[in-house]
Design a protein around this ligand. Structure first.
Ligand SMILES: Nc1ncnc2c1ncn2[C@@H]1O[C@H](COP(=O)(O)OP(=O)(O)O)[C@@H](O)[C@H]1O
Ligand SMILES: Cc1ncsc1CCOP(=O)(O)O
Ligand SMILES: [Mg+2]
Length: 248
């Protein structure tokens, strides 16, 4: 194994955040309607450029101009399902990375079946919370990420944990969706998905830790979190990122 490629570090996170800010990748999000604003703000705060339409008329043009695609299954309906299939086919045909967030697939057999259909199309990353990933199970040929108090990343041979974050992240709707958008931004500038995703989750997690002392509760935490994401320094990541490895 080439350790420098397969084992992400805090220094990698700092370097990749700088790369996102320098290259400003375009991240197209097919995002649930509840957290579009928060997710777009998070993507913007790390230095990337979000777009959000799920219009059938426009999706092809937007994916064509995007560097990476985020597919989030919240507030799913028949039209969004149709648009998602078009967007995923385009991303695959263009060799663009894409991430699947199977939001609430544990609530609905129909949504779980759709998530499985999409996984068969080869997402670069699948990210969900513990309940969602427990149902999704093994994800061949993709990086699987289970977020929570500790984030667990596995590409099938290397396991990494990111031990950053704050309990208030679980009290703000959409931190998981936002983390998917930020992972996408990092995938656009780094071909090693494990390295990109670990860096992205260290970035959001360290930002949350540094923001929490500024906040009075979930409302002001959401604002402080975005402020801190936008101003996060390489030094913050070098000092606070806790990325650990456990190879099977
Ligand atoms: N108790 C916690 N402590 C630290 N970070 C957390 C905690 N709960 C969630 N997070 C972080 O919040 C984000 C959303 O995770 P999670 O709650 O698992 O997703 P979802 O919003 O999809 O349910 C992730 O970046 C995760 O690392
Ligand atoms: C992201 C998110 N978090 C709580 S509700 C919500 C929107 C998800 O939509 P749905 O209720 O259709 O899963
Ligand atoms: Mg949650």
């Amino acid at each position: 194994m080439n350790e420098s490629v397969s084992r992400p570090t805090a220094a990698d996170a700092a370097e990749l955040l700088a790369r996102v800010r320098a290259r400003r990748p375009r991240v197209h999000c097919l995002m649930n309607s509840v957290v579009q604003k928060f997710t777009a703000d998070g993507i913007t705060a790390v230095g990337a450029i979000p777009s959000m339409t799920s219009s059938l008329d426009e999706i092809a043009d937007f994916v064509a101009r995007a560097d990476v695609l985020t597919v989030n299954l919240g507030t799913l309906d028949a039209e969004r399902r149709h648009v998602i299939r078009i967007a995923v086919d385009m991303a695959n045909a263009g060799g663009k990375p894409w991430i699947l967030d199977p939001v609430h697939c544990d609530y609905s057999p129909g949504r779980l079946a759709f998530a499985r259909d999409l996984i068969a199309l080869g997402p670069t990353v699948v990210r969900g919370n513990r309940a969602e990933m427990a149902l999704i199970g093994e994800v061949r040929a993709s990086l699987a990420i289970e977020t929570g108090p500790v984030d667990h990343l596995s590409d099938g041979s290397v396991q990494v944990t990111v031990e950053n974050g704050h309990v208030w992240m679980a009290g703000v709707t959409g931190t998981g969706c936002l983390s998917g958008g930020v992972i996408a931004a990092f995938l656009a500038v780094e071909g090693n998905a494990l390295k990109a995703a670990a860096a992205a989750l260290a970035t959001t997690g360290v930002a949350a830790e540094l923001a929490a002392p500024e906040a009075r509760g979930p409302g002001s935490f959401g604002i402080a979190f975005l402020d801190t994401l936008a101003s996060l320094s390489a030094d913050d990541l070098l000092k606070h990122a806790r990325i650990r490895h456990a190879t099977a």
